[in-house]
Design a protein around this ligand. Structure first.
Ligand code: HAM
Length: 417
C-alpha cells in the first residue's frame, strides 16, 4: 500500500475527470459502495475456487463478531447494493460506474499493489451483444480520450453453466492424457474449476495445453450466436479485437463474453483491464433474474502507462507570480485574486525576498510561465513574463494577463483544463 501524491496523483485526477465526463455522456450514474462488505458477498460471487477468495482477501472479524472483507473488487458490492436498494425492480436497464480503492493481498511486483484503484462500469438488465458493444465503445472512447492508441480487445466466450459440462468433459479427457505435465495447482484446479487450468501462469502448463479443447467449440447454440454477433459488431465499429481461447478470467461469475486488454508497457501478463458478462450473478446473490455486463480498469496501471507514453502529468499550476517589494506584494495578491477568479491556474510567491530564490523554486517545480511584478512594471501598467522553456522574456499589459495565460495553456497542452 502506498501514498499517492505529485505527478502520479495528477495523472489519477486527470483520468478520474475523464472517466466522469465520458461515462456520464453514455448515461451511466456513479455509485459508491463501502470498502467493507460481508465475507459472503465475495464467496457467492467471485467464487471459492478463485485466487482472490482463496488467498488474497483482507478478511477479519469485526467487534460485532461479523466476518468482513476489505473489498477485493467492486462488482459484487455494486450488485449487493443494487439488490438491497431495489435498483433493478423496474426491469429498465441500470447503468453504474465507480472509482475507488480495492484490496488484495498479492505478491508485490510492478503495477501490482495491495491497495489499488479501479474504475469500473456495470450495465444491468440487458443480455444483448449490443449492450456489450455499447459498454466497450464507452471504454474505448475513455482510453482514446486519455491518449492511448493501438488498443486490442482480447475476447473469448466462457459459455453458460449449462453448456460448460460439455467442455469440462472434453478438457478432462485431454488433461488425463498428459496429466504428469501439469503442476500440482492445476491438478487441484481440474477438480474445483477446470477453466482455471487454462489460466495457469506456469510455463510448463502453458506448453502442455497445446492443442487443448476450445471453449467456443463447445458453446450452446444461443451462446455461439451471441459470440458471433459481438464479433460482427466489433468489426462494424472498428474496435480491434483478437480471440483468445485461453482467456477465462480469475473470477467465477462470468458467462459468455469475457475480455481483457493487455498492455505491453506493463511487463508480461499484466492486464490493464478486464471484464465480461455475468448473467447468473444477480440471481445467485439473492436478486431478481437480471443479466449484467461490465469491466474494471486498474487506475494505478493506467496512470503508469500514461506516464510512460505521454511523460509529464498535466501540471497543476503551470504559472507563478513573483512580486518584488512590499507595494508589488500587495498588488500581486489583488492581481492573483482576479486571475484565480477568472479561472487561471497559478502559484503566488508569498515569501518575499530575492528574485533568484523564487526563480530557482519555479525551475525545480516545472513552472512554465513566470510573471514578475516590480515597481517599474506597476508604474507602466505591465508585467514581465518569462517563458521558462525558451528563456524568452516579454512584457504584457496588466489587463491582458488572464486571457494570455489561458491562450498559452490551451496552446501548450492538448488536455482539457
Ligand atoms: P480483475 O481482472 O480482477 O476484474 O481486475 C480488473 C483490473 O484491476 C485488472 O485488469 C488490473 O488492471 C486491476 N488490478 C487487479 N489487481 C490489481 C493489483 N493488485 N494491483 C493493481 N491493479 C490491479 C475485476 O475486478 C472485475 N470486478 C471486473 C469486472 C467488472 N467484471 C465485470 N464487471
Amino acid at each position: 500500500m502506498r501514498d499517492l501524491f505529485g505527478a502520479e496523483l495528477r495523472w489519477f485526477q486527470h483520468i478520474e475527470e475523464t472517466a466522469h465526463r465520458v461515462f456520464r455522456r453514455h448515461g451511466y450514474g456513479e455509485i459508491r459502495t463501502p470498502i467493507l462488505e460481508e465475507l459472503d458477498v465475495f464467496k457467492r460471487s467471485v467464487g471459492e475456487s478463485s485466487d482472490i477468495v482463496n488467498k488474497e482477501m483482507y478478511q477479519f472479524t469485526d467487534k460485532g463478531g461479523r466476518e468482513v472483507v476489505m473489498r477485493p473488487e467492486n462488482t459484487a458490492g455494486v450488485v449487493r447494493a443494487a439488490i438491497q436498494h431495489k435498483l433493478l425492480a423496474s426491469n429498465d436497464p441500470a447503468l453504474f460506474y465507480y472509482i475507488g480503492p480495492q484490496f488484495r493481498y498479492e505478491r508485490m511486483q510492478s503495477g501490482r499493489y495491495r491497495q489499488f484503484w479501479q474504475i469500473g462500469a456495470e450495465s444491468f438488465g440487458v443480455a444483448t451483444p449490443e449492450s456489450e458493444a455499447e459498454s466497450l465503445l464507452m471504454l474505448h472512447s475513455f482510453l482514446t480520450d486519455l491518449g492511448l492508441k493501438s488498443l486490442v480487445f482480447s475476447i473469448n466466450s466462457v459459455g453458460t453453466p449449462e453448456s460448460r459440462p460439455a467442455f469440462h468433459a472434453a478438457f478432462r479427457a485431454f488433461f488425463a492424457d498428459r496429466s504428469e505435465q501439469f503442476c500440482e495447482d492445476c491438478h487441484r484446479r481440474l477438480q474445483s474449476n477446470p477453466l482455471r487450468v487454462l489460466d495457469c501462469k506456469n510455463e510448463n502448463c502453458q506448453k502442455a495445453l497445446t492443442g487443448h479443447p476450445v471453449l467456443t467449440d463447445h458453446l450452446d447454440e444461443a451462446s455461439a450466436r451471441h459470440h458471433a454477433r459481438l464479433k460482427v459488431l466489433l468489426t462494424e465499429l472498428a474496435l480491434p479485437f483478437e480471440e483468445n481461447p485461453r482467456l477465462v478470467r480469475g473470477l467465477d461469475y462470468y458467462t459468455r463474453t469475457a475480455f481483457e486488454v493487455l498492455s505491453s508497457d506493463l511487463g508480461a501478463q499484466s492486464a490493464l483491464l478486464g471484464g465480461g458478462r455475468y448473467d447468473g450473478l444477480i440471481k445467485q446473490m439473492g436478486g431478481p433474474e437480471v443479466p449484467g455486463f461490465g469491466w474494471a480498469i486498474g487506475l494505478d496501471r493506467l496512470a503508469m502507462v500514461l506516464q510512460q507514453v505521454q511523460g509529464e502529468a498535466p501540471q497543476q499550476a503551470p504559472a507563478m507570480l513573483i512580486p518584488l517589494g512590499e507595494r508589488a506584494a500587495t498588488e500581486a495578491l489583488k492581481l492573483a485574486r482576479r486571475l484565480w477568479d477568472a479561472g487561471a491556474a497559478l502559484q503566488l510567491e508569498t515569501r518575499g525576498g530575492a528574485l533568484k530564490k523564487a526563480m530557482a523554486s519555479a525551475n525545480r517545480n516545472g513552472i512554465q510561465t513566470v510573471l514578475i511584478l516590480g515597481d517599474g512594471e506597476l508604474d507602466g501598467g505591465t508585467i514581465t513574463v518569462k517563458h521558462m522553456a525558451t528563456g524568452e522574456q516579454e512584457s504584457w499589459p496588466l489587463g491582458e494577463v488572464a486571457a494570455r495565460l489561458a491562450a498559452i495553456r490551451l496552446g501548450l497542452r492538448d488536455l482539457p483544463s
